[in-house]
Design a protein around this ligand. Structure first.
Ligand code: ATP
Length: 455
């Protein structure tokens, strides 16, 4: 089998994201801040949709997982117990000539990739950001910005178990910011210093952990493909014993074929009973589970699917990015899944004339009550379609002068550019059905009845 090669050039995507308002460099007017990004009006919608899709599938559509929103700043002993103070480090090398710094395990060869100079001996560099809590700055007041969200779930294990009366197996999920002072950042939002994670700790009875691990690997892979990622751009990579984190029994990465090659999108780890035991030891509070049915007490094992919001958003954008020949030009479109598209429907009146505009505004007012939509009456209709294609809007509703007479509008599809003319009455329901992927029967004019083939 031949290896697939990445088809999308990162520079093109970065430029689209900048031009259309998805993602800007942080503090750009001051020259930017390395490893930090700002999500613009479309980027924030995309990111919210990614998080919403994850929360729905992990928490809301299941009985065995509950949510949590823990504080970013945690007691410093949390990070001593978890092993982050002593062990959350990457090997750093510095060039003797130009003094640039690199992650040793990311280097090919033993010379500086920038100037070819000789490199110093590698040393370990702790990735946690430090700050201080309270008005006095001293060692005792030092706290860390969390480098992962997972510890919030471990330290709250007993709180959640007792208040929800959940029996094993059950999980605790959280979405939130994490911070890592990465030695090298880059590849756009792939590796940044401030990012968001979507993590879930699934607690199981020891002995059932292998089965649950397989289950979660499959669930998580399906989540990406259900939301439109091409299966050939995903692969699983089990970690070798030499690269396992200190807490891991075993781990598999879901990798995506990014423009720079196969790289981690999400990690699924069997953390065994490491974290609950460590926190029990360091806090003096037992995090053992009371298995009433079996009359036993024990430390559950934990299966952790850990994903990055920003990395997932990048993979969805790359997978959706398409260039197609169109007449003499190239049509650029984002074939984003409707659930992820920042704007679901654009309402486009063919003219700004007052009577048409007021009709179109009424149509939009009705749609926006239930569907994220945009009203656009600038420039030619062709330019407006191109703009919506480029930001991934699945459906456009075009309103022309006939619309006021026959009370019908045109729905134009992003992917096929196919158009159908439908009654304005009941339009929102038709749009919702189309966004949900249901087929629509269009009955002959006059018989204004609608039916969803899939419904
Ligand atoms: P890497 O090997 O790429 O440094 P990791 O194995 O340290 O990543 P985890 O600790 O497993 O990453 O974090 C879980 C997920 O969080 C990753 O799969 C990724 O999606 C996301 N993530 C981790 N670090 C970053 C970062 N610096 N920028 C953006 N996302 C990140």
């Amino acid at each position: 089998m031949t290896e697939p090669t990445p088809t999308v050039n990162m520079d093109k995507l970065v430029s689209l994201c900048r031009r259309r308002g998805f993602i800007f460099p942080s503090s750009e007017i001051y020259g930017g801040l390395s490893g930090c990004w700002d999500y613009g009006p479309l980027g924030v919608e995309l990111k919210r949709n990614v998080k919403e899709a994850w929360w729905q599938s992990i928490v809301q559509q299941r009985d065995d997982v509950v949510g949590l929103d823990a504080s970013i700043l945690m007691h410093p002993d949390v990070w001593r117990a978890s092993g982050h103070v002593s062990g959350f480090s990457d090997p750093l090398v510095e060039c003797k000539e130009c003094h640039l710094r690199f992650r040793d395990d990311h280097l090919e060869g033993d010379r500086c990739p920038s100037c070819g100079g000789e490199l110093m001996e590698a040393r370990l560099f702790n990735l946690m950001f430090k700050t201080s809590i309270g008005p006095v700055e001293n060692e005792a007041a030092t706290v860390f910005l969390r480098p992962e969200t997972a510890q919030g779930m471990f330290v709250n294990f007993q709180n959640v178990a007792t208040t929800t009366r959940k029996q094993l197996p059950f999980g605790i999920a959280q979405i939130g910011k994490s911070f890592r002072n990465e030695i090298t950042t880059g590849n756009f939002i792939f590796r940044s210093r401030e990012f968001e994670q979507m993590e879930m700790e699934f607690f199981v009875k020891p002995g059932s952990d292998d089965e649950w691990f397989e289950y979660w690997v499959e669930e998580r892979r399906n989540w990406y493909t259900d939301l439109g990622i091409s299966p050939e751009n995903l692969r699983l990579r089990p970690h070798g014993a030499d690269e396992l984190a200190h807490y891991a029994k075993y781990c598999s990465d879901i990798e995506y074929l990014f423009p720079m090659g196969w790289s981690e999108l999400e990690g699924i780890t069997n953390r065994a009973d490491f974290d609950l035991k460590q926190h029990t030891e360091h806090s003096g509070k037992s995090l053992e589970y009371h298995d009433d049915a079996a009359g036993e007490r024990y430390f559950p094992f934990t299966i952790e699917p850990a994903a990055g919001v920003d990395r997932a958003a990048l993979a969805f954008l790359l997978d959706a990015y398409t260039e197609e020949p169109d007449k003499d030009e190239t049509r650029v479109l984002l074939r984003l899944h409707p659930k992820l598209a920042p704007v679901k429907v654009a309402v486009l009146p063919l003219s700004r004339k007052e009577n048409l505009a007021s009709f179109a505004r009424d149509v939009h007012a009705d749609i926006r009550r239930t569907i994220t939509s945009q009203y656009d009456d600038t420039q030619s209709i062709g330019r407006r379609y191109r703009r919506q294609d480029e930001i991934g809007t699945p459906l456009c509703v075009t309103i022309d002068f006939d619309s006021m007479e026959d009370k019908r509008v045109t729905i134009r599809e992003r992917d096929t550019m196919g158009q159908i003319r439908v009654p304005v009455d009941g339009l929102s329901a038709v749009l919702a059905a189309k966004l949900a992927g249901e087929d629509i029967f269009v009955l002959p004019p006059g018989g204004e009845v609608w039916k969803n083939a899939g419904g």
